[in-house]
Design a protein around this ligand. Sequence first.
Ligand code: FAD
Ligand code: NDP
Length: 432
Amino acid sequence: MGRAFVYVILGGGVAAGYAALEFARRGGYSRGELCIISEEAVAPYERPALSKGYLLPEGAARLPGFHTCVGANDELLTPKWYKEQGIELVLGTKVISADVRRKTLLTGTGETISYKTLIIATGARALKLQEFGIQGSDASNICYLRNIDDADKLVSVMKSCPGGNAVVIGGGYIGMECAAALVTNKIRVTMVFPEKHCMGRLFTPKIAEFYENYYTSKGVTFVKGTVLTSFEKDMTGKVTAVILKDGRHLPADMVVVGIGIRANTSLFEGQLMMSTENGGIKVNGQLQTSDSSVYAVGDVAAFPIKLFDDDIRRLEHVDSARRTGRHAVASILDPSKTRDIDYLPFFYSRVFTLSWQFYGDNVGEVVHFGDFTSSSPRFGAYWVNKGRIAGAFLEGGSREEYEAISIAVRREAVVTDMGELEKQGLALAIQE
Ligand code: FAD
Ligand code: NDP
């Protein structure tokens, strides 16, 4: 049993949706030549909605409202759109092995799908507590969050314990966004993570202090510098408490775990060049892997960042998935006119009524600016490396202000006086 396509996009997430849009815009394929194979049962959607709009107590986002590519204020790619564009959606189908030399993929249903050009967009999977030696994380009230099934479970568990206690494991993106969503749903939250402060890989202690104080004012309790060791369960196997390394027992009606991800590279290990430092599939500026017929995009791809002197990075963020997805298609369909990607790393989050953006790299000396104390906070930080702005963070900015900091980073604005930079703050970016 088998089917042959010219172009196959493996994975049906954010990068796949934006790649499909680019194919449709450029029109470089005929009906039936292009397919998306996805383990998920639904067409590509904007994954960031799962920890934000999807969890709202009222007016929650639901499909088809957040299919790609609405997140970039572009078209809404519903299943009907794919049909109209002649793009086949092979949904609910897991690829279990790949043969790059033969250009074939084998699905869990025993079908062989062949391609001339493959775009790998398999994203990543959530790390499980078992991988850290903690048993029992398959309990019915322990939630992970990577796909829509996980989000549905989270919503239903949340609804089963109104006014109850949640323990959130991990102080990264999932932890912070889910904690905010749980509080909004009137659930009491305790966050547990091993670092000294939340968002340890991006936030400075001063920035983290602001968000931790804000969360505390919303009723969140922080337990920092420790990890969980086991769960207490009732007769039905439901978790009733989380036991920490320092001996504390935290009562829990539900647990949300966000302890990082691993890129889904396993199908291609031993066949394509990997980036060992970044844990992804290594690609060049055209998003092309070590096999010229295979491209990799989104969370799974480790690609050169021109602005960082072609340092290879694997970014786990939606803007990168959108842009690499589109860029790969441009490279495939119009290689002579498509330059190497020149990407400015961009991360953001929205929690409660807060909203921040970050551009660039958080390396070098940090200068904070702005008002960290007002009820409508507007503050930020610059990272200065070798006398130039390498990264910039801003909370509470306007669209123009976010754009201004992104331009300052993109231009690598020169800094001669750190004291002056601190005094100028946001004004430096705006004057640029
Ligand atoms: P994914 O979107 O993960 O898609 C991968 C797809 O591949 C999935 O459909 C998966 O089922 C499929 N797949 C994998 N293996 C196989 C296989 N063997 N066979 C068939 N199909 C397969 N980033 C931000 O910048 N801002 C945010 O606010 C933000 N919020 C987020 C909230 C949540 C809850 C999550 C989980 C992520 C969030 N992100 C955010 C990160 C962002 O969503 C990811 O960077 C982005 O989704 C990556 O896109 P991708 O296409 O590479 O992977
Ligand atoms: P993150 O990498 O952001 O954070 C993981 C957190 O868990 C870190 O604080 C980490 O600490 C901590 N941790 C690691 N191991 C343990 C452990 N055994 N016990 C307790 N804590 C632990 O991953 P997330 O899971 O939060 O997010 C998953 C993915 O989703 C990421 O790719 C992220 O980019 C994406 N996402 C992005 C959002 C956004 O951009 N706004 C929103 C939601 C998700 P340490 O740093 O010490 O390892």
